[in-house]
Ligand binder design. Structure first.
Ligand code: IPE
Ligand code: MG
Length: 214
């Protein structure tokens, strides 16, 4: 979900206003994806690298999580989804960690739901290192055992990644899982990304030939 800062700057607003607009766009886009048959959506909300931004912006992002995560996830859960978090959430202040743990505990029992994973203080390299560490603690480090310790262990294989905001890179998102994912890059800034554009991307995905190297 890239482009919040530029969306705000173009309107002469502080970057945090862009993040607020970005948060508002999550439920509509995720709902549209589920309506079109997507079963799992993983949102890159806060990367391990985002911690290195100016303190004001980081504090603003953490405050958004503090104030908006509950209402947003309630909305998603009310629409039949299950919400979980991936990443190292111990970085966040205790009150924020408590909010995240409560949300995860409240809805973890929901079965046969569409799944929303929210990546918070998430990094792909950190995820792979963590999985390798956990795998080595309990035996031989094989591909299967690494996959068992990824945050996405119980998820289906990753089909596609959509990045908004014009940059053409993965920026440490789902690096392991991206091996055979179809990649889509949109110039639209995240707060402006909508159902129409998503539908176009899903149509293009449906026409891509996927041979997985074979
Ligand atoms: C993405 O928007 C949101 C987060 C990283 C939290 P940016 O903040 O990266 O927006 P731009 O790239 O500066 O426009
Ligand atoms: Mg950016």
């Amino acid at each position: 979900m890239d482009g919040n800062g530029r969306w705000a700057t173009r309107r002469l607003l502080p970057r945090t206003a862009g993040h607020r607009a970005g948060v508002k766009n999550i439920v509509p886009v995720v709902t549209a994806a589920f309506d079109r048959g997507v079963s799992v959506v993983t949102l890159y909300a806060f990367s391990t690298e985002n911690k290195g931004r100016a303190k004001d912006e980081v504090d603003g992002l953490i405050d958004l999580i503090r104030k908006q995560m509950r209402p947003m996830t309630r909305d998603l859960i009310a629409r039949g989804s299950r919400v979980g978090f991936i990443g190292d959430i111990e970085y966040f202040p205790n009150d924020v960690q408590n909010i995240l743990c409560e949300i995860a505990a409240e809805n973890s029992h929901i079965e046969n739901a569409q799944i929303v994973n929210i990546a918070l203080n998430y990094g792909g390299r950190e995820e792979i290192a963590r999985a390798a560490r956990l795998a080595s603690e309990s035996g031989e480090v094989t591909r299967a055992r690494i996959e068992r310790y990824l945050y996405t262990a119980d998820m289906p294989p990753l089909d596609m990644i959509i990045r908004t905001g014009g940059e053409k890179r993965l920026s440490n998102f789902l690096l392991y899982q991206a091996a055979y994912a179809e990649l889509f890059f949109s110039d639209t800034l995240w707060p402006d990304f909508n159902e129409n554009e998503l539908t176009g991307i899903l149509d293009e995905f449906a026409h891509r030939q996927r041979r997985f190297g074979k």
